[in-house]
Design a protein around this ligand. Structure first.
Ligand code: SF4
Ligand code: SF4
Length: 231
């Protein structure tokens, strides 16, 4: 029997034990009530299945901070190798439960353990193989908080100073492309510019990709008549 099944069974037994409890002197938050039909009303914990499982595990393991679970269990932590992670945030966009998140103001990878299903998508997707899993049920309030798995300094645009990317990544790309024939001159500098400044620099460059020439002259009746042979 897996640890999860054990938790579910214990929760069931706990509920059964409460429903068979003798009549309480006073009906309260922790005591069953005897109704006029001779049945006991038992207060059941509210919440999602995962929240109830966490409550049951906490009730059955007072004082425990974490329960070890086997590989493949749907509860656990995501472990990120910060030396490999480039903060591309691909894992954030794919995470189905919102356990992984970003910070709109800083290059950060955040994680809330309670929401993680250990589905394996983020590890499969990560281009740097930086993700591994630690199956467990964390019983402390930390499981409900967002914690930072990796963070770096933002890179300031060399034109306007606006932070727009991860410093180490921009520096690495600049270094790798510095010897590339297609990134000579200003083109290498454009890698270090934010979106707005890059478009502006491209527009004013010698090889402007947006150059279209003058506006097209509208066709008139004279154009059509000039092609008729009976005139
Ligand atoms: S863990 Fe992988 S997918 Fe997620 S931000 Fe880091 S490199 Fe990108
Ligand atoms: S294992 Fe699944 S649920 Fe957990 S962080 Fe990765 S993608 Fe999200």
């Amino acid at each position: 029997m897996t640890a999860l099944r054990l938790i579910a069974s214990c929760a069931l037994l706990l509920g059964l034990a409460l429903s068979l409890a003798p009549p309480a002197a006073a009906c309260g938050a922790d005591t069953p009530c005897l109704t006029s039909t001779g049945r006991y009303l038992v207060r059941l914990p509210l919440g999602t299945r995962r929240q109830i499982a966490r409550q049951a595990a906490r009730a059955l393991n007072p004082g425990a901070e974490s329960l070890a679970l086997p590989d493949g269990a749907p509860y656990g932590a995501v472990v990120v190798d910060t030396g490999s992670c480039t903060l591309c945030l691909s894992c954030v966009s794919l995470c189905p439960s919102g356990a992984l998140g970003d910070n709109p103001d800083l290059p950060q990878l955040r994680f809330q353990e309670d929401a993680c299903l250990q589905c394996g998508l983020c590890a499969n997707l990560c281009p740097e193989d930086a993700i591994s899993y630690a199956p467990r049920m964390l019983l402390t309030p930390e499981a409900l908080e967002q914690r930072v798995l990796n963070e770096e300094e933002p890179f300031p645009c060399i034109e306007c100073g606006k932070p727009f990317g991860v410093k180490s990544t921009i520096e690495r790309i600049t270094e790798k492309l510095s010897a590339h024939s297609m990134f000579g001159g200003d083109k290498l500098r454009m890698i270090q510019m934010c979106d707005d400044c890059r478009v502006n620099a491209q527009y004013h460059s010698d090889s402007n990709p947006f150059a279209m020439g003058g506006p097209r002259r509208p066709r008139t009746t004279d154009d059509y008549l000039s092609k008729r042979r009976d005139h």
